[in-house]
Design a protein around this ligand. Structure first.
Ligand code: NAD
Length: 264
């Protein structure tokens, strides 16, 4: 299969380095002919994103910190001027104070709760509203979530609450925009070693648990997520919206640890 994204133009938000989930998605889209624009958060990350963007022949690289709404507006304005319209967006952005990604959820501070919700959840709604205005021929939107939204994962804490709200946002946005031919979905990825992933206390133990206890007995890669993202962002999923699609080696269907693990 080649060229399913030929002629499609989209914005990738959330590449920090070559380990980022957003980078796995960008590569899968570019391999199928998509034209991409990237945002980066701050100059230090910009230096890492620049060569990656060049690898997929993108020359649109824009600064954006979602806490600063003017920078979001500037991205949308730049894309409007450059492309006129937009076919898809990828929102792979999340943040919480790592001091609160350990211990009891109950200890989450008011300040970090609000900040986590703004960056990890509400930013998707703010970006979706602006991007939708450029999706004049319909379009697709994708965000990233984690199973800590529906089940308690140790240390995931306030991020789990923010991801639950993000998943609800996916359903409301899908309903808002369905009649305009804009589809909105999320991928719930299994744990992957990334910059954001490393902020969660005992991340290594989570990876090892997933590897031992998922039906496929392995963790997922950014390529696995990229492949499913290609499906959700392309016409291959033309009848799908408001979905939370698990890419987690099947971990979400399990209840107890697998027997071969228990017997060891
Ligand atoms: P990553 O660190 O590579 O990417 C996180 C991105 O969020 C970075 O590019 C960072 O710059 C961006 N970001 C944070 N605060 C921002 C702000 N204020 N403005 C703009 N950008 C900001 O890590 P990742 O694991 O690839 O994370 C991407 C998404 O995938 C996140 O939403 C994360 O919660 C989600 N996710 C990760 C895993 C995992 O195990 N790594 C699993 C499921 C879901």
């Amino acid at each position: 299969m080649t060229g399913i994204m030929n002629g499609k133009r989209g914005l990738i938000m959330g590449v920090a380095n070559s380990h980022s989930i957003a980078w796995g998605i960008a590569q899968a889209l570019a391999a199928q002919g998509a034209e991409l624009a990237f945002t980066y958060q701050g100059e230090a990350l910009g230096k890492r994103v620049k060569p990656l963007a060049a690898e997929v022949n993108s020359d649109i690289l824009l600064p954006c910190d979602v806490e600063d709404i003017a920078s979001v507006d500037a991205v949308i304005d730049a894309l409007k001027e450059k492309w006129g319209k937009l076919d898809f967006i990828v929102h792979a952005i999340g943040f919480s104070d790592k001091n609160e990604l350990k211990g009891l959820y109950a200890n989450t501070s008011r300040e970090n709760f609000s900040r986590t919700m703004l960056i990890s959840c509400f930013s998707f709604t703010e970006i979706a509203r602006r991007a939708a205005e450029l999706m004049t021929d319909g379009g697709t939107m994708l965000t990233l979530t984690y199973g800590g939204s529906v089940r308690v994962m140790p240390n995931y804490n306030v991020m789990g609450v923010a991801k639950a709200a993000l998943e609800a946002s996916v359903r409301y946005l899908a309903s808002d925009y369905g009649q305009r031919g804009i589809r909105v979905n999320a991928i719930s990825a299994g744990p992957i070693r990334t910059l954001a992933g490393a902020g969660i206390s005992d991340a290594r133990a989570m990876l090892s648990w997933q590897q031992k206890n998922s039906p496929m007995r392995r963790t997922v890669t950014i390529e696995d997520v990229g492949n499913s993202a290609l499906y959700l962002l392309s016409p291959l999923s033309s009848g799908v919206t408001g979905e939370i699609h698990y890419v987690d080696s099947g971990y979400n269907i399990t209840s107890m640890p697998v027997l071969d693990t228990l017997n060891k």
